[in-house]
Design a protein around this ligand. Sequence first.
Ligand code: ADP
Ligand code: MG
Length: 746
Amino acid sequence: MKLTDKIESQFRINIIQKKALKRLGLETVRDLLYYFPSRYTEMSKIQKINTIISGETITILGTISKPKISKSFRSKIPMGQATLTDLTGSAHIVWFHQPYLVKIFKEGSIVRVTGKVSETKNYGLTLTNPIVNKSDVLPIDSSDSLFSKENKSNQATQFGYPVYSESRGITSKWIYHTINKILKSDCVNNIIDYLPQEIIDRYKLPSLHTSLVWIHMPQKKEHADIARKRFAFEEIFFIQLTRQKERQIYQELPSYKLKIFQKDINDFISRFPFKPTKAQNNIIKTILADLKLDKPMSRLLEGDVGSGKTFIAATIAYSIIKNRPFDQAKGRQQNFGNLQVAYMAPTEVLAIQLYESFIEYFSPRQNENKLPISIALVTGNGCRKFPSKSASWNKGKQIQTWTPIAKNQLLKWIKNGEIPIVIGTHALISKSVDFENLGLVIIDEQHRFGIKQRMQLIKKRSGKSQKVPHYLSMTATPIPRTLALTIYGDLDLSILDQMPPGRKKVITEIVSENKRNNVYKKVKKELEKGRQLYVICQKIESPDEEDSTKLDIKSVTSEAKRLKKEVFGEYNIEIMHSKIKKEKKAKIMLDFSLHKIDILVSTSIIEVGVNIPNATIIIIEGAERFGLAQLHQLRGRVIRSTFQSYCYLFANAKTDKTLNRLKALSKTSNGFELAELDLSLRGAGLLSGNKQWGITDLGMEAIKNIKMVEAARIEAVKIVKKDRNLDSQPLLAEVVASKNTNLYLE
Ligand code: ADP
Ligand code: MG
């Protein structure tokens, strides 16, 4: 067997299993070997059947046999019966009044049973109406050599069974056995470790071979822990190697070294109707310092919705276009320089919003006799230019607006440098858009672009010098610092952690089910005043009726129907989710913004980019199932208004932990604090519902650990400095290349 062999060439699998493996992304033997357990069950809590005693409440694990439906002898109560067997013995199970359970727990099902043991005349040890769960854990059976009779002495030290995520057709047990076979074959014995020995030594990591064995077959908890640590570290390390390389390549390119005219900038800032926050000032300072260097800036600015990122972007844009060369003939600095700014937003709506803000920011004020700065808008659906030719002055008051313009004409002006600021959507990336001297690229909501798209814009070299622009990327997605340092490892990080003063806080309440009607009463009052409401549900369709554990998850479709029928009959209700066609979605959002719709029942897709000031209430169903950062984003939908806004969290909070987590949300309005808290409070597995970052559950364990993230970064920087292409470590180079292909598939 070789690591590169296809699974199906080494193991007998049927068509259903084949499909399941495909769903799980498992193709080769190596893929399986790297399919790590999502957790381990602690064996101590499960008793062997030969140790159970009548009168005790116990948990046993075994295989169901001879399930049957019958009626009790005297009272004729319908009942189900079965035998449960493990390696050490068997016990009898009886379900009175629940004969249907026999259909669920069929012959051969592996189940975990908890209940009180009694001794009956006919059946011996019996559990009556116990709790039974299908188990994803392996029973102690003789086909399993690791836990077989010969090996029984090991059971005391065996800390747990690995549990793998399943897919229909592939069980955790199958994965376990198959991986065991792989681990026992030669291909693993000869495996060569690709991590540099230095790093293994420095951080006392186990070797690759040991780690693989320990992660799948740990004899002690520490073994599992240390193996997981190694794989978590290497995942972050690989990402860093790629990011640091990108960073280095970019930073070696020539860029524009800026002269900063502080007075110009102060003047510009003084035109705003507000004073910048301390955080805004600090970040502007940092960025200006970057721009004075002769290498390109590459910086990520993270700031909550409404924290005032556009102001920063505008100020920096201004300082770029004010990079005035010295005019020899006139013996003084010119009024404007010749550098240009490109500002890209992910949607047309956002691009237009930015365009309008910029026109406001850059229009001359009363008695200001400087030329207005030209600003272009480029989208797939048309172009605009500001100011229009017909602009005129009227008693010191400007009458200036934008005008639609033919794309070809506009592109000429961008190319010859006449237009210094260009705002747009993806259309900005297209080959037809050329700049004379592109000095700065700003990307808004950068997580919504793929890295390729970003790179295309950044790499628009221009002018005779073929210089690259400085790069400022902005995002409102609150993610923990460690995660940002990892996935955006090629960027410097600035966090805008202060809100402009005077914002109304969203009143956030956690509501228990019995107060539901009170909330609806309060909401009705707001709707009567003319406000609008979002209702967020987790699922689109009705839940699977058969799976009783999922019955309490509300779905968009059924909740919308219920609200119409039982609660908000007199209001217009519409639904929104990812399966609705693009055009229909846009129409719904438009109708909602025009208040043709009062209540929008939606999945969490309304999270980003939606801004409807009249919608001031949001109800979130099943709030305990969302991450804090995501809840915060959702709540951000009702933050824009001058009206008081409300966020009601309906939560099935069974534990204090869940409740505390949600309470944090009602106390804190800082998205980044919440993201950190989320990371520390939730299990890594839950956090990584964020598959969008391209980091595995295991990698997320590293993200929790700032030391590990820093170590991975430091080591990667060291290596990239010496040997960027990893020429001296071909094995490592190969692994890094193969692992990082699926990153950033945003
Ligand atoms: P975001 O960070 O979400 O892009 P914006 O830049 O759109 O935030 O700013 C939100 C609002 O706050 C805008 O109306 C802007 O004019 C205003 N604003 C920005 N900075 C300040 C400040 N320092 N004081 C008061 N208002 C501000
Ligand atoms: Mg913004």
